[in-house]
Design a protein around this ligand. Sequence first.
Ligand code: FAD
Length: 357
Amino acid sequence: MREPEIVVVGAGIAGLTAAFCLQQAGKKLVVLEGAGRSGGRVHSFSGNAPKSVRFDVGPTWVWPRWQPHVQRWLGDLSVRPFAQFETGDAILDGFGPQVTRQPLPGQDGIARLSGGPTSIVEAIEQRLEPGTVRLDSEVVAIETKENDLRVHLRDGAVARCATAILATPLRIAVERIRIEALDPRLSGVMLQTPTWMAQHAKAVILFKTPFWRDRGLSGRVASRIGPLVEIHDHSPENAELGALFGFVGWPAKDRQQDPETLEAEIRRQLVRCFGADAARVERVILHDWALEPLICSQADIAKPPEHPDVGPDLLRQGHLDDRLWFAVSETSDVSPGLIEGALVAGQTAAQRILSKR
Ligand SMILES: Cc1cc2nc3c(=O)[nH]c(=O)nc-3n(C[C@H](O)[C@H](O)[C@H](O)COP(=O)(O)OP(=O)(O)OC[C@H]3O[C@@H](n4cnc5c(N)ncnc54)[C@H](O)[C@@H]3O)c2cc1C
């Protein structure tokens, strides 16, 4: 491997943003991604739908009206937001003997992205020099040697660099990467920081049409009995076909033991909530993030899901004599855990590295 000045570990939005900002400033770098695709928690499928239509099994929403960094990056990257469909009633499931409907209190400013959040990943990658991102390159150790860092890959390759940015979930870094001489106070904070949504599973259900809209329904369901505890309309912007998505309420162990029963129960729930037309499902896409070894740590599985707070400055400072930095959404002091946090974390790490050298 040719010696880069900077190694970024992880090609989620944060790692890619850091790489983009540093390349813009003329730095020589490589992004090492352990998985066979970039994007990290951003992931989508097209199925048989037209190529421009994507269904998100990771994040879906941004709130550009309330998220100035998202607004600016979307403008810079030419990614277009559109409003989440919220017109019509919501359905309450399991709040009484029968499902009931009631007017939906919409969420001010909630938006989806044309092409989904994958468009952000693609837009940044297109702006990187060719060959910057190397897939299937899991980092297993980082050590200091002769004033440099040595980044060890699972396949035995070693990259030498002056600076490394860990753009992986913090708990994953502690559990899976041996980092020489890491301050125990820092590794304690990293282990305490939950990776937002890492232990969740999401289902996307495709139909020929968004038939619920014709009945004055928004597609929104709040359920106390599940399996989907929240359901939302996820149809393409022009409604050329119908899609719903939902968050699975079953614990990871149960849904992994019996995915067939889970899917059957989801289908039953949809008919209960939306009537007989909901039986005409074209496809169910289930994605279980708890099964992703480079996203969901043992600590995330063992502990109840939590939204990360803004963590201490320790997470935004340089370590090992300013040679090691962190840049994952959960390190951000703005919207930690969210897409906005990932953009800010990547940009902040890049700016701080540039200000030191
Ligand atoms: C189901 C779900 C729904 C969500 N909904 C929303 C939403 O609606 N709105 C919102 O704003 N946010 C949402 N989020 C959160 C959002 O996805 C994240 O904030 C954002 O994608 C994090 O990006 P990141 O780059 O910081 O980290 P990640 O996307 O986690 O990227 C980390 C990368 O590091 C790689 N990696 C890990 N270990 C190694 C290693 N040892 N070597 C090399 N590479 C490694 C991983 O493979 C991954 O690609 C959701 C997340 C999920 C899972």
